[in-house]
Structures are given as C-alpha cells and as structure tokens.
Design a binder for this molecule. Structure first.
Ligand SMILES: C[S@@+](CC[C@H](N)C(=O)[O-])C[C@H]1O[C@@H](n2cnc3c(N)ncnc32)[C@H](O)[C@@H]1O
Length: 255
C-alpha cells in the first residue's frame, strides 16, 4: 500500500482533531474500567498515555481526585486538551505534555494508575507493559484498550485496514497470553459495546466529514481523502462482528 501523502495527513487531522475522541470509548466504559481497579489511593498520581485531545483525561479528572499527566506526541491534540483544562479550571490537577510515550521524562515508580485508550499498540504491547511496569508503583494499576479480532477470515477490506494500522493485532486470548508473560496480573476485562464506537467517535466523525465535503466541494483531492476516511465508519457498520475493542485492567506485581 502506498504511503499517505501530506495532503492526506492535513485532511486526516482536520477531521480527527475536531472529534471528542480519536478512538472508540465512552464515559460509561471508562467508569466500568475504573470500578474494576478497586482501591486506588484517595488522590492517585495518574499518567494518561496517548491521550489525544483528552476525552478520557477529562473523565480521569472528573471521576478521580487524582493528579494527571496526559501525554501525546501530536502537539495540536495537546493544544486542544490544554484549552479544555483551562476552560474547566483543571490547571492544578491536569498537566498536558507533548511527548513520546517511549521516552518519557518521568521518574520510575511514580504513578498509581496508568490509563491508555487505543494507544499502547503503537509501542507494541510487550514493550508497553515493560515501560508501564517501570513507571508504576508496586500495586499500581494499568488500564488500557486494545483492538482485537473476534472472528477468523475477515473480509479483505477489514483485513487490509487492520494490516495497515495494526498488523500484530490478536484475539483477547493473545493479549491475555502476553500479559501472562509480563509482571502484571489481570483484574478484569470487557468488550466495548457498539455505542462506544459511535457516540463520541464515528457519529461526530461522519458529521465532520460532511462539513468538510462542503468546505472542499471544489477540491477533488480533498474530497477523495474524505471518501477514504469515511470508509472506516462504513466498514464498521458492515463488519463490526469481526473485530472489537477490549478494556483490560491490570495489577502491577509488587516487590
Ligand atoms: C487512537 S488515538 C487515541 C486517543 C485517545 N486516547 C482516545 O481514545 O481518544 C491514539 C493516540 O496515540 C498517540 N500516539 C501514538 N504514538 C504515540 C507515542 N509514541 N507517544 C505518545 N502518543 C502517541 C496519537 O497521537 C493518538 O493521539
């Protein structure tokens, strides 16, 4: 498959940066995963990895009393989160940081909770588990979502889409096996329901694509990119039985 062009990325970010989130997830699933964490300290130190514009960062601020460092490598997303933090008066509790989660400038064993929705796969799960183990205190929790296959033999368009974005994607059992080889144990896991793909992600994405089709009505290159981006929610409507997003809640082994 050919590399995306600079124009593709310009239009891609014009769509994605405006969304409440950059991947599947919603407040109800967030709350369910947080409840599975059990007894966190009253004011936990929290790290949100690959936070995007901060959909789940705001939930972390609203549903815990913690202090949150929220990291993403895409500076405009952190810019949007900064604006949200200021407008909600959360400056004392949320620190948005532009950075690469693979090379964070954070002391070891300094967090009680690491949260990461749809982002750890960028590092590879095994490497991400090692990194998070180092950053968490003994007894700390790691909560993340990961895309997984639900059925074999996906239609070619589904296989091509995930091969391009996440070639190593496995099933829930594969993720659990990787966790089993790490220094974490599983406290719980569950599959995101379909509305978690639509409410804050694909529905606003389709609305945004329509807006931009108006803006770029005389620009065939931009319209072709918008058609390409629109294939993702269309594919989900047709084939979501082949893949899912799974929430995993882990406990860091103490020592
Ligand atoms: C699928 S989006 C999820 C964003 C957000 N957690 C959400 O669920 O709305 C993945 C995010 O990971 C970020 N990301 C990818 N690689 C990264 C890295 N090495 N360090 C920090 N952020 C990264 C991307 O910029 C993107 O915002």
């Amino acid at each position: 498959m050919s590399e995306p062009t600079p124009r593709f990325w310009q239009i891609f970010f014009e769509v994605f940066e405006s969304l409440p989130r950059q991947g599947p997830g919603n407040r109800a699933c967030f709350a369910k995963a947080l409840a599975l964490c059990g007894g966190l300290p009253p004011s936990p130190m929290v790290l949100d990895l690959g936070c995007g514009v901060g959909g789940q960062t705001v939930h972390l601020a609203e549903l815990t009393s913690g202090s949150i460092v929220a990291v993403d490598s895409h500076a405009p997303s952190i810019g949007r989160l900064r604006a949200a933090v200021i407008s909600r008066g959360l400056e004392q509790r949320v620190i948005p940081v532009v950075g690469d989660m693979a090379g964070l400038d954070q002391p070891p064993a300094s967090f009680d909770l690491i949260w990461s929705e749809g982002a750890l796969y960028n590092l590879g799960l095994e490497k991400a588990l090692g990194l998070c183990h180092g950053l968490l205190r003994p007894g700390g929790r790691l909560v993340f979502t990961d895309a997984v296959w639900r059925k074999d033999n996906p239609p070619p368009e589904v296989k091509a889409s995930f091969d391009a974005d996440y070639p190593g994607m496995g099933r829930v059992a594969d993720v659990l096996a990787t966790i089993g080889r790490s220094r974490f144990s599983v406290m719980g896991h569950f599959t995101l329901p379909d509305e978690a793909w639509w409410d804050d992600f694909y529905t606003p994405m389709e609305i945004r694509i329509e807006e931009l089709r108006g803006k770029y009505s005389a620009d065939s290159e931009a319209l072709a990119v918008l058609d390409q981006i629109a294939q993702e929610p269309t594919m989900h409507r047709r084939h979501s039985d082949y893949y899912a997003y799974e929430f995993f809640v882990l406990l860091r082994a103490g020592e």
